[in-house]
Write a protein that binds this ligand. Structure first.
Ligand SMILES: [Mg+2]
Length: 276
């Protein structure tokens, strides 16, 4: 495994790549991608997820289901860095003739499920986790949710199902950036106390700083083959637009890249400072 400084460097390079992909395409969910960077880097480069990029459908792979499919530029950047497909595919992000559009597509090597319409990923993840139990397969199932996505009733049906079926091979990660599409979650319909809600649904709930790679890895490293029968939720507290202050904490910046010379230059300058 790489050390934490190396992982932080990868996180920064990934942010830069995602921003440039979206600027070039003139579209893409920049802020939603930025909030999940450390989660994805921890999973794929921090020794948590077991995959074979040269054999994307390897039966023993851990399944990573990205339910918040709008953060596709981030996922594509991470999967290409991991070696699932050539880097130059990223140049065609959301462009005619390219390999992928704005939302996540399972036609791309390494992507398990086409997502973007919210609320579906966890239902699929619980089914995949139950199938693994029935087959006595040892792989883990990770599912990344947005916090705005928690307004979908299907999420809570899936959560009940996961606990009832004792899916301790399931790790749900909530990107808790406190923003949904148009406003702050606690203004729209309060989610807090979120850990208590998941606990009431039968989960092992762990809250971590979602931009601290060391904390993220430590919170998830011991979850494989553990004795408790409970599924786990990692509530990763994040900032929407993390790394780019000029785009952060701002509901207006949902789903759009910076536009115009001034906004673009400011975003690049922010990111170059390298602090989150
Ligand atoms: Mg959110």
């Amino acid at each position: 495994m790489m050390n934490f400084e190396e992982l932080k460097k990868i996180a920064h390079d990934t942010r830069t790549e995602v921003l440039e992909m979206c600027i070039k395409a003139g579209t893409g969910h920049v802020t939603s991608s930025m909030s999940s960077v450390e989660v994805l880097i921890s999973l794929y480069f921090g020794g948590l997820v077991n995959v074979k990029p040269e054999e994307p459908k390897w039966a023993g792979r851990d399944r990573v289901i990205i339910s918040k499919g709008q953060c596709s530029p981030l996922i594509y950047s991470v999967l290409s860095r991991k070696g699932f497909f050539p880097k130059d595919w990223l140049n065609g992000f959301a462009q005619k003739g390219g390999h992928f559009g704005v939302h996540l597509q399972n036609s791309v090597p390494g992507v398990e499920l086409t997502t973007g319409a919210l609320g579906h990923g966890l239902g699929v993840a619980t089914g995949v986790a139950l199938a693994a139990k029935m087959n006595r397969d040892l792989h883990m199932v990770y599912c990344l949710l947005g916090d705005g996505e928690l307004y979908e009733g299907s999420i809570w049906e899936s959560a009940m199902f996961a606990a009832h079926n004792q899916l301790n091979n399931l790790v749900v990660i909530v990107d808790r950036n406190f923003l949904a599409t148009t406003d702050f979650t606690e203004n729209m319909m309060a989610l807090e106390p979120l850990d208590k809600k998941f606990e009431a649904f039968g989960f092992n709930a762990i809250t971590v700083d979602g931009h601290n790679i060391e904390s993220l890895i430590n919170s998830m490293a011991g979850l494989r083959n553990r004795k408790s029968r409970k599924p786990t939720v990692i509530i990763a507290e994040t900032t929407k637009g993390a790394g780019i202050p000029s785009l952060s904490h701002n509901p207006v910046m949902h789903g759009v890249p910076p536009k115009g010379t001034q906004e673009i230059n400011q975003a690049r300058k922010d990111l170059a400072k390298g602090s989150i």
